[in-house]
Write a protein that binds this ligand. Structure first.
Ligand code: GTR
Length: 369
């Protein structure tokens, strides 16, 4: 019943009422992949750095996603390695100070502290978010690290869906997605699936062992990508909050009305019906987590990040547990919310982690990942 009836029903509800479905394009969208650069002796000779460009249309000025990957050097050329894949907020060049990473090519958010005021990436932000990406540590543990800038898929501002990938899917005369068609989160999730397609062409990576991770709005995105694409082996949502792991019906921290007002382009138009009316929603976010079952999912909270409602994130993980148990796993191993502490991971198929501190991705979070 779960596989044949309830799961498809829930997926349809999230698709049409929350994130929006990927529309049928008038002509097939067939992304192409091209290796843009390779450095066999990156990071002091410890890793291979490769950049692959995914082009979503034949037009040279059409949307494209620049993937950056670091591959560990492993003994035995035939060995494929597991990978972490996650979108980043301000461009691939911000995740590490490595001067060989190409600067983001499109619109980026301004970062006045680092001198970015015209929405163009610059050298001044190289490595600016490196504390969120433990590149050397991931490599030393034998994993590849793959990332891409989310704004390459759809720049994160409300332009009525004129830029990004959505216009490739418009029927003649259509100018914006229909009420049940994708907002930006669903577009970013679709882009992650295309990134996974591209990884299928990378001989060093085992695409059956890709852990998808995302923080905050990109944690919401990881959960939706994991729900819609069963190829992601593990899904990690860090402080994903409203529209992510946090239960909407608790009405705590960021609410549906708040998020739809601040970010009118993130969800589908139908979701705006629930502004101030969470009680009318046919689904809640524990059912999103359940859509990922029985694959491992890790929900991470930060104690001071009340905007993301840590308790709502925990309760959603707990309420997804019956589906995980139905499908033969251990679900979530605790029933009471753990006290915030570093390195206290609830290590079951639904994992849960809460650390002290604020909204961020830290070394503690990476310990859990
Ligand atoms: C906030 C938003 C959150 C979260 C966060 C982020 O402004 O209210 O839902 O997505 O941004 O992505 O950092």
């Amino acid at each position: 019943e779960w596989n044949q009836q309830r799961r498809p029903e829930l997926l349809r509800l999230f698709e049409t009422l929350v994130y929006g479905k990927v529309p049928e394009p008038p002509k097939p969208v067939r992304p192409t992949f091209q290796v843009r650069s390779e450095e066999k002796e990156a990071l002091g000779g410890t890793a291979v750095r490769r950049e692959i460009t995914i082009s979503f249309s034949e037009k040279p000025d059409g949307p494209r996603l620049d993937l950056l990957m670091y591959l560990p050097k492993v003994a035995g050329a035939a060995r494929r390695v597991p990978a972490f894949l996650g979108l980043n907020f301000e461009g691939n060049h911000t995740i590490h100070s490595d001067p060989g990473i190409a600067l983001a090519r499109g619109w980026v958010p301004n970062n006045p502290d680092h001198g970015v005021t015209n929405h163009r990436a610059s050298e001044s932000t190289r490595g600016s978010s490196s504390s969120r990406w433990q590149v050397q540590r991931v490599l030393s543990r034998g994993y590849a690290l793959v990332t891409a800038y989310y704004g390459d898929i759809d720049p994160d501002y409300d332009d009525g869906f004129q830029n990004g990938v959505q216009p490739l899917f418009y029927q003649p005369g259509q100018t914006r997605p229909a009420a049940d068609e994708w907002g930006s989160i669903a577009a970013w999730a679709w882009g992650l699936s295309r990134a996974l397609d591209a990884l299928e062409t990378v001989p060093e990576i085992d695409t059956r062992q890709v852990a998808l991770l995302g923080h905050s709005r990109l944690g919401k995105t990881s959960l939706w990508a994991g729900a819609t694409d069963p190829r992601f082996a593990i899904v990690i949502a860090n402080e994903s909050g409203c529209g992510g792991a946090a239960l909407s019906k608790r009405n705590f921290g960021e609410t549906v009305a708040r998020i739809n007002t601040s970010f009118p382009h993130w969800f589908c138009t139908n979701f705006h019906r629930y502004d101030g009316h969470e009680d009318r929603l046919a689904v809640d976010q524990h059912e999103l987590i359940a859509l990922i079952a029985p694959r491992p999912v890790l929900i991470c909270s930060a104690a001071e990040d009340l905007w993301a409602d840590p308790k709502g994130e925990f309760l959603a993980a707990l309420a997804a547990s019956p589906v995980y148990k139905l499908l033969g796993t251990d679900g979530l191993a605790v029933t009471a919310m753990p006290a915030p502490a570093p390195d206290q991971l609830v290590k079951s198929t639904i994992g849960y982690h809460i650390r002290p501190g604020k909204h961020d991705v830290t070394a503690d979070d990476w310990n859990a990942f």
